[in-house]
Design a protein around this ligand. Structure first.
Ligand SMILES: Nc1nc2c(c(=O)[nH]1)N[C@H]1C(S)=C(S)[C@@H](COP(=O)(O)OP(=O)(O)OC[C@H]3O[C@@H](n4cnc5c(=O)[nH]c(N)nc54)[C@H](O)[C@@H]3O)O[C@H]1N2
Ligand SMILES: Nc1nc2c(c(=O)[nH]1)N[C@H]1C(S)=C(S)[C@@H](COP(=O)(O)OP(=O)(O)OC[C@H]3O[C@@H](n4cnc5c(=O)[nH]c(N)nc54)[C@H](O)[C@@H]3O)O[C@H]1N2
Ligand code: SF4
Ligand SMILES: [Mo]
Length: 695
């Protein structure tokens, strides 16, 4: 590679969101000089976003971590000593083995963030082999609700099928043109809309797709469960449901019909913020379009009643006959690669479910990661048992977990913290050992494995990493040999790529040439053996509800906080198209588009509170206060405030934790009112108050 010549490589984008765009990357002297979207990309068809264009900047950034560090000052003081890899791995192994001997393997937690690549599953393998059931993930607010509610309701995770034409697409709390969501790039969606597919958008903000939509339902933050039940009410009371499907392939229809009776559009309009006629029109449009696809976003799982919302939405898909049909919501089958259980060696830890921290709280069955709230409680309160150490990889929990104060309390109490990252983040700043990683473009990787998207994408490396930056997979493989049975690890970590592809009969090199592997479509799969639920039907009323202490039917609960005189406005958030969560604020060509955190409010709301455009605003909730800069957005309801998430200031090296507490949205959130099924806190629909920050 390099050597003065210019070469063009094809690889799939990764680690800037869930990934998926095929890129054409020009490399000169081991340096990326140009990135473009590749036309033949099966998800992106030439599309590339601003983050993709800027992605190589992180590789050569002046702040990049270049060698392992060991803490020398007090925790969080940001004083370090450069150490060798041998010393770093030796130290980690000694501490993990010491803690295992004193408290058991379960006292070591393995923390991941948004799944980025194969290392996510290698870390689960490491936890399993080491003997710890505690893999901590942000699944509480990302995808577990829709996936696992799907498994319980219809036996699979129903993803929108954008590869076949839908007559209508309904985007529920998803800003697909800015976020591209997991496994879907917005280009396929836009292609459909351009060719006449109708669009419903359910969002408190008028997103770019809301502007193009036939129906924009400006829901109030947190009004989603009501709205979904209201739509089901219309579809049932007006007889618009798919009678044949309901009769033959569902159970609990009569109970569902009875449960939604009180949620007529007229009854719920004021509470959810959408007029009754608009609810009726949208419900009819969704029910009458054949097929219609429902693309759901993060908003539905950033609310403590996410279990009911996801249940209601799957019921909606089912009664309208949109499950398992082309252009509807489908089960994505993987190509014949190695199964996940085998790859992560689930067999070595058969009692995992019983042993996991979250089992103590009776979370929903089949949730196989520990929710961040319970992980921190195990550290702080030592319930159900103490957690003493954490290996943190591809995650920045101090910024991204709800309830920042609680995170700081927990991380201060941990005995030993390892953080593997590209940059020194606020989380890394609290670690005992920091590991510098090789990342996107510098490692051979397989994308979308284990995520239920129905395909895997090749992400071959195109440049060599800096001398001491190592792939996460390599670090895990070497650490594995030191803290567990070396026989279960490879000589070379890249052999795991070969293992994974072995059942397909092709090598990694051949995989790179074909670019991706997709599983077969299986529409109407249930006709042969039924749905993979206990009743073999879609369970509109859950047959296992009583056994597992779940609500049989979607219900509106009272876990959301109510507005009050002290906190009269409703706060919510949306992701920035220029950043990935807390990442990328270092990259100049992204930062220039969004230099500081902004809070969107309507002009009338601003006037009421004496706030001018561009002025600093103090945002208060019952849980904390932060400052962001006002930006007017007159498409918002007057009572709605939309603040930016994920902020810290990497350039502010003199303020503790890079000024984390100045503007971080999660300082406004709390883990007090969580849904019990997934331990999901309210990240949205939080009562707040605003005032000018001046003087
Ligand atoms: N308030 C609020 N909180 C949220 C959300 C929200 O919308 N609002 N969204 C939630 C959601 S959906 C999610 S998924 C989580 C995400 O939470 P995280 O996954 O923690 O998100 P990131 O901020 O992207 O942090 C990832 C870290 O991984 C590092 N990284 C990047 N590439 C690599 C690599 O190759 N190897 C290693 N070792 N590290 C790497 C980055 O530098 C970054 O510091 O946050 C959740 N928290
Ligand atoms: N640019 C960028 N892309 C990303 C990410 C990123 O951080 N940045 N993160 C990646 C990850 S891990 C994920 S999970 C996906 C998430 O992708 P999305 O699901 O699109 O996530 P968000 O932008 O958090 O929320 C989507 C929409 O919800 C709206 N919203 C806010 N409150 C409510 C509410 O109460 N109800 C309803 N119905 N809508 C509401 C917001 O206005 C926003 O337009 O994106 C992935 N892609
Ligand atoms: S949309 Fe996602 S996968 Fe595509 S270029 Fe942007 S960051 Fe990369
Ligand atoms: Mo996510």
């Amino acid at each position: 590679m390099g050597g003065g010549e210019m070469s063009i490589f094809k690889t799939h984008c990764a680690r800037m969101d869930h990934g998926g765009c095929l890129l054409s990357v020009t490399v000169e002297d081991n340096k990326i000089v140009k990135i473009a979207g590749a036309k033949e990309g099966f998800l992106n068809k030439g599309y590339i976003c601003q983050k993709g264009l800027a992605s190589a900047e992180k590789l050569t950034h002046q702040d990049r971590l270049l060698y392992p560090l060991k803490r020398v000052g007090a925790r969080g003081e940001n004083r370090w000593r450069r150490i060798s890899w041998e010393e770093a791995l030796g130290e980690i192994a000694a501490n993990f083995l010491r803690i295992k001997a004193d408290y058991g393997a379960r006292a070591v937690a393995f923390c991941v963030g948004m799944p980025k690549g194969l290392e996510h599953f290698l870390l689960i393998r490491l936890a399993n082999i080491f003997g710890s059931p505690n893999v901590v993930a942000s699944q509480d607010v990302c995808h577990a609700p829709r996936e696992i509610t799907g498994l319980h309701t219809c036996g699979f995770y129903p993803v929108v099928d954008l590869h076949h034409r839908s007559e209508l697409l309904m985007l529920w709390g998803s800003n697909a043109t800015a976020t591209n969501e997991e496994g879907e790039i917005c280009s396929l969606l836009i292609e459909q809309v351009k060719s006449g597919t109708k669009l419903i958008v359910i969002d408190p903000r008028r997103t770019s797709l809301a502007k193009r939509a036939d129906h924009w339902l400006r829901v109030l933050p947190g009004g989603d469960c009501l709205l979904a039940l209201g739509m089901i009410n219309v579809i049932i009371s007006e007889g618009l449901y798919d009678k044949n499907f309901v009769e033959n392939w569902t159970i609990g229809f009569a109970e569902l019909a009875a449960a939604v009776r009180e949620y007529s559009p007229e009854n719920i309009a004021a509470k959810c913020g959408v007029d009754a006629p608009a609810i009726r029109l949208a419900a009819r449009a969704y029910a009458e379009a054949k097929p219609a696809g429902l693309h759901w976003g993060n908003a539905i799982e950033h609310l403590s009643d996410t279990f009911s919302i996801t249940r209601a939405l799957i019921c909606l898909m089912a009664i309208c006959g949109n499950l398992a049909v082309p252009g509807g919501n489908v089960e994505a089958n993987d190509p014949p690669i190695m199964g996940l259980g085998k790859f992560v060696r689930a067999d070595l830890i058969p009692d995992k479910r019983k042993e996991m921290i979250s089992n103590h709280y009776g979370v929903i069955p089949r949730l196989m990661t520990v929710a961040p709230a319970y992980f921190r409680r195990a550290i702080v309160e030592e319930v159900p048992y103490p957690v003493k150490a954490a290996y943190i990889m591809c995650a920045n929990p101090v910024v991204n977990y709800a309830d920042t104060a609680y995170s700081l309390q927990a991380f201060a109490k941990l005995d030993f913290i390892v953080c593997a990252d590209v940059f020194l983040t606020p989380t890394a700043a609290l670690a005992d050992i920091v590991l510098p990683v090789a990342t996107q473009y510098e490692i051979n990787d397989i994308g979308h494995y284990g995520l239920g998207h129905g395909y895997v994408l090749a992400r071959p490396k195109v440049v060599e990493p800096p001398a001491e930056c190592r792939p996460d997979g390599q670090i895990i493989n070497e650490l594995g040999k030191l803290i567990s049975d070396p026989q279960l690890w490879h000589e070379n970590h890249e052999d795991f790529l070969t293992d994974l592809l072995a059942p397909t009969g092709i090598s990694y090199e051949e995989f790179v040439k074909v670019g991706y592997l997709k599983g077969d479509d299986s529409f109407w799969g249930y006709r042969e053996n039924g749905f993979k639920t206990p009743s073999k039907k879609v369970e509109l009323a859950l047959s296992v509800a009583q056994k597992f202490g779940l609500d049989a039917l979607p219900v509106v609960n009272d876990r959301q906080e109510a507005t009050s005189a002290a906190f009269p406005l409703l706060l919510t958030t949306a992701k920035s198209e220029f950043y990935l969560h807390s990442s990328c604020r270092q990259l100049p060509s992204l930062r220039k588009h969004s230099p500081f955190p902004t809070v969107e409010i309507s002009r009338s709301c601003a006037t009421k509170y004496g706030i001018g455009e561009g002025e600093e605003v103090l945002i208060h909730t019952a849980h904390g206060s932060i400052t962001q800069t006002a930006r007017f957005n007159d498409d918002l309801y007057e009572g709605v405030v939309v603040a930016a998430s994920g902020w810290w200031f990497p350039e502010d090296k003199s303020t503790p934790l890079f000024a984390l507490l100045k503007a971080n949205y999660n300082a406004l959130t709390s883990v007090k009112n969580m849904g019990k099924e997934y331990a999901t806190p309210n990240l949205r629909a939080i009562p707040c108050r605003i005032e000018p920050a001046r003087g």
